[in-house]
Design a binder for this molecule. Structure first.
Ligand SMILES: [Zn+2]
Length: 240
């Protein structure tokens, strides 16, 4: 009966250099890495990208393609440098081509780059847009806090740009509205406001930031999003 050899786990030679590879291959890795690095640098300069602080989805696709094509030939014995070069040439043509088409057609641009989406209007979360964007409340609130926002009534408008960055437009000091507090230490949510006196306290929906109106106080449901989680609203100006 034929027996297959068990794979040897923690075989140090294989672990360090790889299967049946002489250590001298490391010298080739030095050469391969050198060449690929120079090529990546050239490609990025050719594409005309200045930096990568914030990437659109299109640029992210470009970087991932470049990265994976560049990495393999650096250290895979059986992968040559030329196929990677071909990949790079194709990527450059695609990038330039799609950029050109985006400039010609707004539809293509919207498809490739996406569009800015409004997340806040007059201190209220635009619930319908928010759910479409892959951004969590916690993350969104954290980004607002980084801009010294501690309740939503300080924010006139906020957009998520195609790069993923937030653009925020604030209310003037004297125009700040009552809004949902977003500090991490905000109080526990109320689940029932039927017994709260609407005249003595302003209450905001903890989910969308809409202020509770008479109907909401009576029904205990937010008029905008329908949820019943509430927090005492704030209306002090933003301190910068
Ligand atoms: Zn709501």
């Amino acid at each position: 009966m034929e027996t297959t050899a068990e794979p040897s786990i923690f075989d140090w030679t294989r672990l360090m250099i790889g299967e049946e590879m002489p250590y001298a291959f490391l010298f080739e890795v030095v050469f391969r890495s050198f060449v690929m690095f120079i090529i990546v640098l050239l490609v990025l300069r050719l594409i005309g990208k200045r930096g990568i602080k914030q990437l659109s989805v299109f640029e992210l696709a470009l970087i991932i393609s470049l990265g994976s094509a560049a990495g393999d030939p650096m250290f895979y014995y059986e992968v040559g440098l030329l196929p990677a070069l071909v990949v790079f040439i194709v990527i450059i043509f695609l990038y330039k081509g799609i950029t050109y088409l985006s400039e010609k057609s707004e539809r293509i641009e919207r498809f490739v780059e996406g569009v800015p989406v409004q997340l806040i209007e007059n201190g209220k979360i635009k619930f319908e847009n928010f759910n479409k964007e892959a951004i969590a409340h916690d993350e969104f609130f954290a980004q607002l806090r980084l801009k010294n926002v501690d309740h939503l009534g300080q924010v006139h408008k906020a957009f998520i740009e195609t790069s993923g960055e937030l653009s925020i437009f604030y209310f003037d000091k004297d125009q700040v509205k009552w809004g949902l507090p977003i500090l991490p230490d905000r109080n526990e949510c109320l689940t029932d406001i039927k017994n709260v006196n609407p005249l003595s306290e302003k209450i905001a929906c903890a989910v969308c930031g809409t202020l509770a109106d008479e109907i909401a106080f009576a029904s205990n449901h937010c008029g905008h999003c329908g949820k019943s989680k509430w927090i005492s609203a704030k209306n002090h100006p933003r301190i910068v």
